[in-house]
Design a protein around this ligand. Sequence first.
Ligand code: 6LW
Length: 503
Amino acid sequence: MSDKQQTDATFPNPVIAGFHPDPSVCRVGDDYYVVCSSFEYFPGIPVFHSRDLVHWTQIGNALDRPSQLQLPPDMASSRGIYAPTLRHHDGRFWLVVTNVREGGGNMLFTASDPAGPWSDPVRLPGVHGIDPDLAWDEDGTCWCTVAGVWQVRLDPHTGETSGTPHKLWSGGPDAKAPEAPHLYRIGEYWYLLIAEGGTERGHGVSIARARTPDGPFEPCPDNPILTHRGTDRPIQNTGHADLVQGPDGSWWMMFLAVRPHGGTPGWHVLGRETFLAPVEWVDGWPVIGEVSPDMPAPSWPLVPGPAEAGRDDFDLSELPPQWISVRDRPAEYCTTKERSGWLTLRARGESLDEPDVVFIGRRQQHLECRVRTLIDPAEGRGGLAVRLDEEHHYEIEVSAGEVRVVGRAGSLRTVVGSRSVPVGPVTLGVRIALTPPQDARTGPDTLTLGVEEPDGTFTVLGTLDGRYLSTEVAGGFTGRVIGMYAAEGTVHFDWFDYEPLTP
Ligand code: 6LW
């Protein structure tokens, strides 16, 4: 089924770095699109575009209006928006997703351009379960399949289901958590791809096939077709996958995985990232080899997208799509329109411990990086933070002529260092560096927080162990987000600079 040409060229994995889990991919002509989960962050569901499957540029967030997404302030972190599926059918893009919260449920959105605008939601009250998938058969019937693995017929225009939900498969005999189903017509078969084993070290991908979209399904004799469980490979937790075909007929899998550091089993701090691997077909089953940081490139020319701007001077009236906030972003709390060339944040919660904190950040996408921001705290208190969730964050904050580094790790909250600074704007910084392998017992990485002096030198006020901002310690489904916050009154930021120190 594949006529993929072998070349010596390789591409680096992950292809979408940082907290970008549960990728779903679709191709339309020469264009590929990917969407990912976004949990408690707003706007939700980042949308990426590529011309070559390897280089990805974020072109928007599908859920960028309160009429599409409302995440209540008391909702726990790592709930909210889970595992979307993106498909192109009948000249339109279709997106189906679960909002995991009280009164939430499954929702469907459509768009003619994946960059947006996306429609308001069509609710799917008859679809019960996370990780919904959409597939259309030759008769035009739309099949909606969810974790479990269950399936129901759906009218995607009205959200109404028909018939009784039907159990399709429970996955492999020894695996737990059959989820993330995707159904495809490939050749003579309908293939049902699922994740199983849980999204941690036991994660994997399995597949079954049938003659009709509703089964009965015959499992692949070589399941799981992808897993790194039980290995000490640098890429772990491989799972939650989607398939896409290239223009040369070759097949590719996009999936999530993590990069732990600091020994074995180690800690991963960037969340679950999006990876790409080639698929071969043997006896009508897909085969995926070991996933490595360098994979054989596709046969077609690679087309790098535009270079990402590391610095935002807040000169535009609309914020670029990389910026995400915790749960919502009302203009009265976060705006570039109040003071020209500055981002203004107005406090609501009193610290990053509060679920209604006013925070705006971007995903940490490099294992080593340096981030700085110029803050004017004249009318309040705020700062620069590295956030995993309410209970796991490190920050440097300034108010009334004093700057301090605060660390929160579980029930422990402590001021690590402080000093006075002249009243007025001050540059805050954090440097994140991998721990040398010989020091692995000190964690995966080190975060150094401090202030930049007028002569450009950096004064360190706190050096903190990165393991407490890792998923192995904090749990949850997200990854680190680095950004600015207000904890009292009004604070202004002139610029924010994110400088990668590793590729
Ligand atoms: C998602 C499930 C999973 O719904 O984790 O890794 C859940 N897979 O499919 C949250 O991302």
